[in-house]
Structure formats: C-alpha cells, structure tokens
Ligand binder design. Structure first.
Ligand SMILES: [Zn+2]
Ligand SMILES: [Zn+2]
Length: 346
C-alpha cells in the first residue's frame, strides 16, 4: 500500500509498505479521508517530539476492507470512523472511564507517547473496538471530523458549561468554531469569539457567536468583552490557540468563580506564571482537556449522524495523499480552516 512516512523533521516520503493483515480481533480500514490536526503539523515541523519512521494521521474515516476471525460487530463494506486511542481497559484510568489517560495506551497516528502507524496511508489496522459504524448516508468527509468533534465534546463535558453561561472562545480555527456551534445549540447565553483573522470571525458569526472581537483592531479586549456582557466578564473562557500569550489573556477575561479551559496544545515544556492569590481569592478553576474518552467519541458520532453540526463551512481544502506536506504548510501558515487528505474519498 501507499503511505506517507515521516522520517525526521520535515522529512516526508511517499513509500510502498506491505498491506496490513488483521489479527483475530482486528480490522483493516480502507482510508477515505484523514483530517490534518495541528498536532500532526507540530510533529512534522519538529515542535512536538515523535519517534520516526512513522505514519501520522488520526482523524480518519473509511470503509472496512478486511476483518479478523473473531470480529463480530462490523463487516466488510461498513463505513466507520476510527477512534485512534487504543486503551488497555484494565488500568485505573480506563476502569474509571478516563480512557484518554490510559497508562498503557497506544495512539493510532496521533500525538502521544506511544504512536503506531496512522491513516495517511491507503490502509490502517486497528482493533475492532476502535471503529464505530456510520450509516452509509453520512458523507465520509464529515465522519472524518468525528475525532476533533469528540475532543470538543470532551472539553465541554469536563468544564461543565451550563445553560445561560457566557463564554469567551479564544481562537476561531476549526476547534474554536466547533465549540461555537456546540455551545450555541447547548444553551450558552453569549458566545464571544476572538481571532486575529476577520474571515474566521465571519464564519464564527454564522455558527452562533453573539459577538466577535479581533484583538488587532481594539486596544482593550477585556473592556470590549465587558461591554458585550452588560458589564461582566465571562463565566467560562476557552483557550483554543495553544500559546502562552493567549493562556495568560484567558485570566483577564474570566469573572470571579469562573472557569478557564486550556484546550489548545501549548508548547511542551513552556511555563507561565499566575497569581495563586487570585485563584484563591476569586475561586477560579483552571481545567485541562486532553483528547477524548470513549463516551465522547460515541456522542460525536451521534451528533454528526443526526446532522446537528454544520461541517461544510469548516472544510476549506481537500488534498490528495501525495500533497500532505502542502497541507501541513498551509496549516502552519494558518490559511483557511480544516484540511482533509482524501485517500479514496467519495
Ligand atoms: Zn486531532
Ligand atoms: Zn488503560
């Protein structure tokens, strides 16, 4: 099969690898689409350590092409989304439902400590329990967004955002825009979206933002937020950029007793300062959300199957497998929104 193999920093090659064969409880997925995640881009540019050679790609939809002897839940021809977290099922985290924190987990093509070959290839092999079936009427390019949407559902769940809360979202990339949509339909009172690109803010408005702010065009973002919230700061601030500067900003936009969600991937090892007194005195909660648990993935499939999220405006580019590096460069520049790699897409 053809696969794009990462061999080192900015070293990517299209190579021929042996077709994978399923073990007894495994399936082979013929990859339809695989989304480009910023973690892939960080690994390609050497900003996130990864052992090479490796095939990246973890946001995958496809069709089952082979099944192992003991596979019972799916059959050849089924349309699926791939859950890239292979959890052990027996560690204390898995037993508590926090499968994303598994002590012995492997991640298919994704960011993590132990990565196995992912979906920037014609085929990918995973255990049967790592695929979820989709109805065939759901376009495969939409189901490739199951993983990022699951991450967003996970972030909202851990933060405990309630009906009537006001929310500031820092960053209107694909992730910030998925947050905007889900919060708009789940009852946030005001959703203020911040981004440096006006074209992204326009999409945010269409997706349910009540106010948008371009920090380049104002000299006091916190004041603008207060004006949009009748004099208050936000109940919840979601950081969806992953920079230290925006993490620091989040503390300026949140009200007393509020919550800050650190969702964007900050540079590994980077440090920041905060005032423990302020956290104590204003009862702030700072929450992290990494990837998703199995239950979030199921909810994501339910939302996409029932057409409750508008994914079309988020998908701005589709590249063939051979042009994966072009897609990474475009993502690095911050062009457009979500980029998909079509391997055998419809
Ligand atoms: Zn991802
Ligand atoms: Zn585990």
């Amino acid at each position: 099969m053809k696969a794009m193999v990462l061999d080192g920093v900015k070293q990517m090659k299209l190579v021929e690898l042996p077709d994978p064969e399923p073990g007894p409880d495994e399936v082979i997925v013929k990859v339809a689409y695989c989304g480009v995640c910023m973690t892939d881009v960080h690994m390609y540019f050497g900003e996130f350590p990864v052992k090479t050679p490796v095939v990246l790609g973890h946001e995958c939809s496809g069709i089952i092409s082979k099944v192992g002897k003991e596979v019972t839940r799916v059959s050849i021809g089924d349309h699926i989304a791939l859950n890239p977290i292979i959890h052990c099922g027996v560690c204390e985290y898995c037993l508590g439902g926090r499968t994303n924190l598994c002590e012995n987990g492997l991640v298919v093509g994704g960011a993590g400590e132990r990565i196995i070959n992912g979906a920037y290839a014609e085929y990918v092999k995973v255990p049967e329990r790592n695929v979820i079936k989709y109805d065939k009427h759901v376009p495969l390019k939409y189901s490739s967004l199951t993983e990022p949407l699951a991450c967003v559902i996970h972030g909202i769940r851990l933060t405990g955002i309630e009906i009537g809360n006001s929310v500031v979202i820092i960053g209107a990339g694909p992730i910030g825009l998925l947050f905007t949509q889900l919060l708009a339909i789940s009852g946030s009172s005001r959703i203020i979206v911040l981004d440096l690109k006006n074209e992204r803010l326009k999409v945010a408005e269409k997706m349910g933002a009540s106010h948008v702010i371009n920090p380049k065009e104002t000299n006091d973002v916190a004041k603008d937020i207060k004006e949009s919230l009748d004099g208050s700061l936000a109940d919840v601030v979601i950081e969806a950029v992953g920079s230290i500067a925006t993490v620091k900003e989040a503390f300026r936009y949140v009200k007393k007793g509020g919550k800050i969600l650190i969702f964007g991937v900050p540079p590994k090892g980077a440090l920041t300062t905060f005032s423990p007194f302020d956290v104590y005195f204003t009862e702030l909660k700072v929450i992290g959300a990494y990837a998703f648990a199995t239950e979030d993935f199921k909810k994501s499939v339910a939302m996409i199957s029932s057409n409750r999220v508008n994914l079309d405006p988020l998908i701005t580019e589709i590249y063939p497998l051979e042009q994966l590096e072009k897609a990474f460069e475009s993502a690095k520049r911050g062009d457009g929104l979500k980029k998909l790699i079509s391997v055998s897409g419809d």
